[in-house]
Write a protein that binds this ligand. Structure first.
Ligand SMILES: [Fe+2]
Ligand SMILES: [Fe+2]
Length: 344
């Protein structure tokens, strides 16, 4: 810098002059739409939770399910805080204005998810405490990485889809009526957040070297390991709640497969979703970590089931993600909004 020169600036003045292909331009329009939809569909947790508590006459849950539900949703509570922090990190780090807008609106949503879940858990008698090692490691892994692509993959495509699988299960099983109704509100928002990952991931992966791509997929594999460990830790709580941990994994896998297909397919890579080695390996591992009643305690039968699962063709249901955009919710503008197309 010369004597009268200017210091380098943190303001990205070139943000409007980034070259874009037609496909990228379309994706950026969708990112921008995520921000505007977020504003239009924003709901008020201070209105909705009391409304649902009044509708159902307070929280109603069998005594033996109260503690397991608290433990499961304590992970969701701190997960919402992590999502809030991660989306704020992304809002700062992402350069294209539309992606920045989408991440900013996500931070706004996650703040609402966090305080509403805290209010709900207080009704349940929850006192904040440190999480188990597995969920903490999963969240810290994504919070701590400096790599924007790994952060986006970890948050928007992996953690969000795990949360969506749990929310869907809790809503469909109607474990607790207030929470079941509340899940519809969360699902609508989280589905938009997965949309940001699907739309913006290709731009981040485009210029990556094979080494960088390998590093990214190793990061993903580590996350999957933490997620399976978390599921194992929660296994007895899931059972007490009548939730099959394998069902959660299957649902998560379907959502992740659709999201990854959208993200990686955009790079021109022919994605054979039915033969994805990462998802095949998970399917095999699940047979060992979460044996069925038939294979439990029988190592040979487990090994056979693992090989079969590894070889099996996996076709995720088409509506695995769009289902979350179908719920009617009451927005802060006082409107009841019904289903929408999931094209975020
Ligand atoms: Fe959230
Ligand atoms: Fe989210």
């Amino acid at each position: 810098m010369g004597l009268f020169g200017r210091r380098p600036s943190s303001i990205p003045y070139d943000m409007f002059s980034l070259a874009r292909s037609a496909d990228e331009a379309k994706r950026y329009v969708k990112c921008e739409r995520i921000y505007h939809k977020g504003q239009e569909l924003a709901w008020d947790g201070k209105e909705i939770l009391p409304m649902l508590l009044a509708k159902h006459g307070g929280i109603r849950i069998p005594a033996d399910q109260r503690e397991p539900l608290k433990r499961l949703f304590a992970i969701i509570l701190w997960g919402e805080l992590a999502a809030w922090k991660i989306s704020a990190q992304l809002a700062d780090r992402l350069v294209p204005i539309e992606a920045k807008m989408a991440a900013t609106s996500q931070a706004f949503d996650e703040a609402r998810h966090f305080y509403t879940m805290y209010d709900y858990l207080q009704e349940l008698g929850y006192l904040p405490e440190r999480l188990d090692r597995a969920p903490e490691a999963l969240l810290d892994h994504v919070l701590g990485t400096d790599d924007v692509a790994a952060k986006l993959l970890g948050m928007q495509l992996m953690i969000e889809t795990i949360a969506l699988a749990v929310f869907q299960e809790v809503r469909e099983k109607r474990l607790e009526p207030v929470l079941a109704d509340l899940m519809a509100y969360y699902e609508r928002d989280e589905a938009r957040h997965v949309g940001l990952g699907m739309q913006y991931m290709p731009a981040l992966m485009k210029g990556m070297s094979p080494f960088e791509l390998t590093r990214l997929f190793l990061f993903q594999a580590k996350l999957i390991g933490y997620a399976l460990w978390e599921n194992k830790v929660l296994e007895s709580d899931f059972k007490k709640l009548g939730i099959d941990p394998r069902g959660i994994i299957e649902r998560t896998r379907a959502k992740q497969a659709l999201a990854m297909r959208a993200a990686i397919g955009a790079l021109g890579v022919d994605v054979d979703n039915e033969r994805n080695p990462i998802f095949q390996a998970i399917a095999g591992l699940v047979e060992v970590v979460f044996p069925t009643d038939e294979t439990r305690g029988r190592p040979l039968a487990q090994a056979r089931a693992a090989i079969e699962a590894f070889q099996k063709v996996f076709i995720p249901p088409d509506d695995a993600l769009s289902v979350h955009a179908q719920h009617s919710i009451k927005t802060a503008r006082g409107k009841v909004v019904g289903s929408e197309n999931f094209d975020a």
